[in-house]
Ligand binder design. Structure first.
Ligand SMILES: C[S@@+](CC[C@H](N)C(=O)[O-])C[C@H]1O[C@@H](n2cnc3c(N)ncnc32)[C@H](O)[C@@H]1O
Length: 279
């Protein structure tokens, strides 16, 4: 990788980290319920048993790690790692509230994990892989720290994510000349993800699509969902003036109002779970 490219990835990683630092409490509220729901579904697929050691990368406020700590019991061990300190602060508070002593949270970049080889039975990563500027490096790290015979479980956005808002929002962003902050697309196609996992040397791949319907109470709640996603507010701030941002917000509310019903705004989130093994 050239120095310029590596520098750009470092800058992007830092902007993403700052974004998540800012939105930590809003994200942790998980008003849509998506992250708690998907954490359960991913763990149902992985079936960690009492005594399992599990690492959750990009743990955020601990949606997966907290559920995993219940499942692995006091003989098990869960570590949640994340690049954003304020996310980890909330995750630690959640662990204390639930009286979990088999759970620790560590600040760490997913592309450089501070663990020895073969440290965990299971490695999970929920809705974070696409945020890592060098996804291949992060997958290599996951493969390195999982034990032989151990599992890796990822939850991701599939194509058709956040429908019908995503398409509408993409066009609106184009009108405002906004460029995505992330270096990777938010969604994965089945075969793209399969190729990445195979590239990382993982086997016994299982990719499963799923769908979740979410009702937002009104168009403003849809905007608030966006604003609780770390890279989104940073992208607006860096590329638009305050007036332009306000005008984008108004146009967004106008457009989403057109698809709202008295029950609220119905959105569909397409999900892509991936399970793999190190053999
Ligand atoms: C969408 S949240 C997902 C949180 C959690 N896994 C869940 O399912 O609710 C993405 C998380 O990835 C973290 N993140 C972003 N880039 C990272 C990196 N390079 N290394 C580690 N964590 C990172 C963010 O700080 C944020 O907490």
């Amino acid at each position: 990788m050239s120095t310029t490219n590596a520098d750009n990835l470092t800058k992007t990683r830092e902007l993403i980290r700052k974004g998540w630092e800012e939105v930590a409490s809003a994200y942790a509220e998980d008003r849509s319920g998506i992250f708690k729901h998907c954490a359960d579904r991913l763990l149902d697929r992985l079936c960690p048993h009492p005594g399992t050691s599990l690492l959750d990368i990009g743990t955020g406020s601990g949606a997966i790690a907290l559920q995993a700590a219940e499942r692995v019991g006091s003989e098990g061990r869960v570590v949640g790692s994340d690049i954003a300190a304020s996310m980890l602060r909330i995750a630690r508070q959640n662990a204390v509230k639930r009286g979990k002593t088999n759970l620790t949270f560590l600040e760490m970049d997913a592309e450089h994990l501070g663990f020895s080889d073969a440290s965990f039975d299971i490695v999970t990563c929920g809705f974070s892989l696409f945020q890592f500027p060098n996804m291949r490096q992060a997958l290599k790290e996951m493969e390195r720290v999982v034990k032989r015979g151990g599992q890796i479980g990822l939850s991701n956005w599939g194509t058709g994510y956040f429908s019908p808002v995503a398409d509408m929002q993409r066009k609106l962003f184009q009108d405002f000349g906004l460029r995505p902050l992330l270096t990777n697309p938010i969604t994965f196609k089945h075969d793209e993800l399969q190729m990445l996992l195979e590239w990382a040397g993982l086997t016994e791949l299982q990719l499963e699509s799923d769908e979740m319907e979410v009702w937002f109470k009104d168009p403003q709640a849809v905007w608030d969902y966006n604003m609780s996603m770390g890279p989104f507010p940073v992208m607006l701030r860096r590329q638009l003036t305050a007036d332009q941002s306000e005008s984008l917000h108004e146009r967004f509310i106008e457009k989403v109002s057109a698809i709202a019903s008295p029950q609220g705004v119905r959105c569909t989130f397409h999900l892509l779970y991936a399970l793999a093994r190190k053999t």
